[in-house]
Write a protein that binds this ligand. Structure first.
Ligand SMILES: O=P(O)(O)OC[C@H]1O[C@H](O)[C@H](O)[C@@H](O)[C@@H]1O
Ligand SMILES: [Fe+2]
Length: 212
């Protein structure tokens, strides 16, 4: 009896074979992946503080995805890793640079490694109880996100930001925590030719939001 992935890439019982992936960051593909999802501007209602600027962009939206993820998972259970690339188109909504929704892992102690592949951006990292950090990510830079940190990628450049990520297959994502808190603690905004970090005046605190 054979073990390992079926032709559709669905794991069956027993050890699975090694996985070989081809990173194509500029075109935004991960060869050998077995899952993909896309996010469109229409999916991001409420993400940016400037609702008028968001609506204006929607009016001229070309309908292409603003970010997408191609990933590979071949093992179920806590020992398996999900490996993928996240590809975020450049842009600005109001004064905020293009960003992902962001999340805390549903199993919140699960960590994640990000490796910059192409383009330039930052990650906003919020400790649920504690501080907020904004760290650069680009080619040759890696960011290890420990458990219990809410995380989001932001494209501060003019090209696609592509990152390789890897995290525990059972981690899951809690997206609601950011909404309930009124957004993340920090905003990454246009500042002259570059970017700067501002405190988000709408942020209510994750702990309070979770207790409410
Ligand atoms: O899941 P989002 O917050 O929308 O961000 C998009 C993607 O960003 C990162 O690359 C994460 O590792 C992915 O798991 C995530 O799906
Ligand atoms: Fe994550």
């Amino acid at each position: 009896m054979s073990t390992g992935p079926t032709s559709a890439g669905v794991p069956t019982a027993g050890p699975v074979p090694p996985v070989l992936l081809a990173l194509r960051p500029e075109i935004g593909e991960l060869g050998g992946s077995n899952a993909r999802y896309e996010k469109f501007l229409t999916d991001l209602e409420g993400l940016y503080r400037d609702a008028d600027a968001y609506r204006e962009q929607l009016a001229g939206d070309d309908g292409r995805p603003v970010y997408w993820v191609e990933s590979s998972q071949t093992e179920d259970g806590p020992g398996g890793l999900i490996t993928g690339i996240s590809v975020l188109e450049p842009g600005v909504v109001g004064t905020e640079y293009a960003m992902t929704r962001g999340h805390l892992h549903a199993i919140s102690d699960r960590s994640e490694l990000y490796v910059g592949l192409s383009g330039h951006g930052v990650m906003i990292l919020d400790a649920v109880e504690g501080d907020s950090r904004v760290v650069e990510i680009g080619p040759g830079q890696a960011v290890y996100v420990p458990g219990h940190w809410v995380h989001r990628s932001v494209n501060t450049g003019t090209e696609r930001l592509s990152t390789l990520f890897c995290y525990a297959g059972d981690a899951g994502q809690d997206y609601g925590i950011i909404e309930r808190a009124g957004g993340m603690k920090s905003l990454v905004v246009v500042d002259g030719d570059g970017w700067s970090v501002q405190p988000n005046p709408d942020h209510r605190g994750y702990e309070l939001a979770e207790r409410a």
